[in-house]
Design a protein around this ligand. Structure first.
Ligand SMILES: Cc1cc2nc3c(=O)[nH]c(=O)nc-3n(C[C@H](O)[C@H](O)[C@H](O)COP(=O)(O)OP(=O)(O)OC[C@H]3O[C@@H](n4cnc5c(N)ncnc54)[C@H](O)[C@@H]3O)c2cc1C
Ligand code: SF4
Length: 339
């Protein structure tokens, strides 16, 4: 670890001003990812701006449009167990509880969860090249051990996946991210927030330097009647997803009126295919329709030596999760909270 200064910001403007004081400054929230990255010598900030004292960011509030606003500093645990989230956005609650461990969820914040970095082994191993860590140095994962890597939206520069569970549900729910920076505030639709690797895999999202996530905005429809989050992983606890699926369905008179399906563990960002969701509209919630949608979602998948299994796994997970969404009470095994 290198030497760094540490300052506590009092409020949002203070945080933005403090972060502008040096090119190597970084915000710290729960620290569950950032401190790890510093210990591994992957991130070397010369100044940490602690944002935990910003009162405004610690609240979950109802918004004027009937949705919910989740403060950036509310912990993952407090969000998942908040009565309004449990009632109106149970899909989000399930996705958060499928992530990490109880201890980590007690520290990890909502803003930090969206900005956590990939778990690619080569990214964490500073003895190997990695385009995300060191632009232009190469991507050993493409020819190497790529079992956990992406099958959608990859580039010749990076095939890493984005590891967040919470973000998969947020993508399915059409959330947006409220950010503030020196140029003012803006609202970013979730589908635009994270980036595909292209030829700049070191840039994970569309935030500018010195911008701060202030809240995550959820629209009114939380798919609270028919939803399911399925996370398939090597261990049932404390492991990142090989493939995960967030599904929300709206049914009317036995027919699907609105379908949302987002995948995790397959791409550099939560993966949604609108054509597949549109296909399900006005169809019966039958396995053959879910299979057809799954085929559409996985069309164009590009696999590598060790991860071809993810294509079939993802298709089966989609179908199973859509069926489980019809009756959320039947979501076991594979969908319970991580210990
Ligand atoms: C062992 C382990 C297992 C895990 N398993 C899972 C899992 O299965 N699923 C899952 O989804 N996650 C998992 N996580 C990741 C965990 O959820 C994240 O580390 C956590 O959500 C990050 O939040 P934080 O508040 O600790 O962020 P920090 O570590 O404080 O910050 C992370 C990044 O976000 C930036 N940042 C934080 N808040 C803001 C803000 N408001 N505005 C601008 N920038 C900000 C920081 O500068 C930093 O770059 C795991 C983590 C660990 C250590
Ligand atoms: S997949 Fe991405 S993160 Fe992993 S080694 Fe290649 S460039 Fe680095």
């Amino acid at each position: 670890m290198n030497n760094f200064s540490y300052t506590q910001a009092k409020n949002r403007d203070d945080a933005i001003a403090l972060s502008g004081m040096g090119p190597g400054s970084q915000f710290i929230a729960g620290g569950t990812n950032l401190i790890d990255l510093m210990k591994y010598n992957i991130t070397r900030p010369n100044a940490l701006v602690d944002i935990n004292a910003i009162e405004d960011f610690h609240a979950i509030r109802e918004s004027a449009n009937g949705g919910l606003s989740l403060g950036a500093l509310v912990t993952n645990a407090a969000t998942a167990y908040h009565p309004l989230v449990e009632q109106r956005y149970p899909l989000l609650s399930r996705a958060i509880l499928a992530g990490a461990s109880a201890q980590i969820r007690n520290m990890a914040t909502n803003g930090g969860n969206l900005l956590q970095r990939t778990r690619c082994y080569y990214f964490y191993d500073t003895n190997t090249p990695c385009n995300k860590r060191e632009p232009g140095s190469g991507c050993p994962a493409i020819e190497g051990y790529n079992r956990t890597m992406a099958i959608m939206g990859t580039s010749e520069h990076c095939i890493a996946v984005f590891p967040s569970d919470m973000s998969v549900a947020l993508a399915a729910l059409n959330a947006s991210v409220q950010v503030s920076g020196p140029e003012g505030s803006r609202n970013i639709p979730f589908s635009d927030f994270h980036r595909l690797p292209g030829n700049t895999p070191h840039i994970d999202n569309c935030m500018s330097r010195n911008e701060l996530i202030t809240s995550i905005e959820l629209p009114a429809n939380g798919f609270s009647n028919h939803y399911s989050y399925l996370k398939i992983r090597d261990r049932n606890s404390y492991a990142f997803a090989l493939v995960s699926v967030a599904t929300g369905l709206e049914l009317e008179e036995g027919v699907i009126k609105n379908a949302r399906i987002a995948l995790g563990g397959v791409a550099h960002k939560p993966w949604r295919v609108k054509e597949a969701e549109d296909f399900l509209q006005n169809k019966e919630p039958a396995a053959e329709n879910f299979w057809y949608a799954a085929e559409m979602i996985l069309k164009g998948a590009k696999t590598f030596q060790f991860n071809a299994f993810k294509v079939e796994l993802a298709k089966r997970a989609i179908v199973r999760n859509c069926i489980m969404a019809l009756n959320p009470e039947c979501q076991l095994p594979g969908a319970q909270a991580s210990a």
